[in-house]
Design a protein. Structure first.
Length: 335
């Protein structure tokens, strides 16, 4: 086995409920440790999630450094510290950023502020054969269709209100299902017997999920939870696939990459695969560990930025809860 390849980057992810730290080189993940905040009831409470992160960040970073040392990587071998600068929940972002600044100062190495959304894309390109895809990025708070053009990841379509993950979770809470709701909705949908008509909301290249979630909750009064879960998925995912297909037609690209935690849903994958087969284009999904929020994706985008010397001065390392992917100047792609 080849030894680690420089540069070596430590990344810290802390945008929402996953606190994760990882160390990567250009070839692979050297070490990764994750601690997940699980709310006792309801959804994510930002202050409680950030308190979880504050309570566990020392042990998570200590563990990832120890694991790396077992693989022959000492703290002095690390070239930079990357952290999720945004978008995300402000209190959670600040906890991760504080730890990143402290490590940068103590190890005397540069700091790199990473856009969480772009990190999802780049880890997908790293861990699949995808080169220049249209990206469907679906997570709790984010739902966007993006593609690279002229130095940035351009947003071709996005949610007008809430992300698909949050819409699923909102419906699940109302139905008495424990957080996170997405996997439980997928499981129930597999036992459905019929489709319940629900609002299909695509406006141009954008989509909306809040009305769909509300209508699905109301449908529980007259239909089984299995049928409503199935109908919610079919409707929401058809909206996402339609806009993704339009972006493919517009850009002329011949690949689709699925990114983000909701991408673990097998029905969404199936619908995208059908569309790709019909168009004769390639469909890529990284392995599950790289779909949800993870430290490896932050570290890897940090590595790409480090190679271009896109570094972040300490006095500019404030968090950016509304940091859009199309705000990022992509310096690491040559075409």
């Amino acid at each position: 086995m080849n030894g680690p390849t420089k540069p070596i980057i430590l990344g810290i992810e802390g945008t929402a409920w996953n606190l994760s730290a990882a160390i990567v080189d250009t070839f692979d993940v050297i070490a990764e440790v994750t601690s997940t905040y699980v709310p006792p009831t309801g959804g994510i409470h930002p202050r409680e999630a950030s308190q979880h992160h504050a309570d566990h960040i020392k042990s998570v970073i200590s563990a990832v450094l120890a694991n790396a040392e077992n693989n022959g990587i000492a703290p002095g071998d690390i070239n930079a510290i990357a952290f999720s600068q945004g978008p995300g929940l402000g209190p959670c972002l600040r906890t991760a950023a504080t730890a990143a600044r402290a490590l940068s100062l103590s190890l005397d190495i540069p700091l790199i502020g990473v856009n969480h959304c772009v990190a999802h894309i780049e880890v997908g390109r790293w861990k699949t054969p995808s080169q220049d895809p249209v990206v469907l990025y679906v997570s709790g708070a984010n739902s966007q269709v993006l593609a690279y053009r002229a130095g940035r990841y351009r947003v071709f379509g996005e949610t007008l209100d809430i992300g698909i993950g949050n819409a699923l979770d909102k419906f699940a809470r109302g139905a008495g299902l424990q957080h996170p709701g997405g996997p439980k909705i997928e499981e129930l949908a597999n036992n459905a017997s019929s489709y319940v008509p629900l609002p299909y909301v695509v406006k141009g290249m954008d989509f909306s999920f809040s009305g769909l979630s509300t209508a699905a909750s109301a449908a529980l009064e007259t239909s089984s939870i299995e049928d409503v879960c199935f109908s919610f998925q079919e409707t929401a995912f058809a909206m996402l696939v339609e806009v993704t297909e339009r972006a493919v037609a517009h850009t002329g690209k011949n690949e689709i990459l699925l990114a983000g935690g909701v991408g673990a849903n097998m029905r969404l994958r199936e619908m995208l695969e059908i569309m790709c087969n019909e168009r004769g284009i390639s469909f890529y999904v990284p392995e599950r560990r790289f779909m949800g929020d993870n430290g490896s994706m932050i570290a890897y985008l940090g590595l790409l930025m480090f190679e271009q010397q896109t570094l972040l001065p300490l006095d500019e390392s404030h968090v950016r809860p509304n940091y859009r992917p199309d705000d990022v100047v992509v310096t690491w792609r040559g075409h």
